[in-house]
Design a protein around this ligand. Structure first.
Ligand code: TZP
Ligand code: MG
Length: 217
């Protein structure tokens, strides 16, 4: 499957440990606000495993299907297959992209890239989109790389890489324009939406700012 630039405009990423209330409620509110893609990233302290992770994934996938939002799973090929998710997102330290592609066939494959070298390699290995970050300082991911800012996206675009790109890391309403102007098709956010008291309002604010900055509409 492919993912369109438009579907990457506002990519909400989250797991239960990121949410103030239950993840189903948070996701529903984000969808009402206008997110265009969702990634289930069940990681970190207190995150669910095994059966509990599977059940939450299935519930969130069901919600996404109802509203036609692509449902991507972070780094868990077996879970993708078990619940028939739309795709997977993998980092540089995760399973080999070629192996993941072989197991998942035409499902969406997103790969994290931190520089032009990794971006080229990801494209060669069949990525459908790239996640590039951290754009700005973030407290959400403890082990993330150094902040190199939107400039990395500009470098990747200058290298002639045209596949859809989402920026990630520390993105909020007041800085997302820098990410889009550097050449991203959209932004991926965790805490700006998931930590908000009003995820619907924040999602709406973000998508309202993104739309006029992107080529599609
Ligand atoms: N990858 C790079 S930064 C990051 C991930 C998963 C965390 C993004 O979280 P936030 O809260 O949107 O800064
Ligand atoms: Mg990973």
């Amino acid at each position: 499957m492919m993912i369109s630039r438009k579907q990457l405009q506002l990519y909400f990423v989250m797991g239960s440990s990121n949410c103030r209330e239950n993840p189903e409620q948070t996701l529903m509110k984000a969808i009402r606000g206008g997110i265009t893609c969702f990634q289930f990233r069940e990681k970190g302290k207190g995150s669910r495993r095994g059966r509990a992770k599977f059940e939450l994934a299935l519930q969130l996938k069901t919600i996404c299907r109802e509203y036609n939002i692509p449902f991507i799973v972070n780094d868990d090929v077996n879970l993708v297959l078990e619940i028939d998710a739309d795709g997977i997102h993998i980092g540089q330290e995760d399973d080999s992209p070629l192996e993941v592609r072989r197991m998942l066939g035409r499902k969406i494959l997103g790969i994290s890239a931190h520089n032009t070298e990794e971006a080229r390699e990801a494209v060669k290995n069949g990525a459908d989109y790239l996640g590039v970050g951290p754009m700005f300082p973030t407290r959400t991911k403890k082990d993330c790389r150094e902040v190199r800012g939107p400039e990395v996206i500009r470098e990747i675009r200058s290298d002639g890489i045209t596949i859809p790109i989402t920026g990630i890391g520390g993105i909020k309403s007041s800085n997302l324009d820098q990410v889009i102007q550097a050449g991203a098709d959209g932004v991926a956010v965790i805490s700006t939406i998931s930590h908000s008291r009003d995820p619907e309002m924040i999602a709406r604010e973000l998508i309202t700012r993104i739309k006029p900055l992107t080529a599609d509409d």
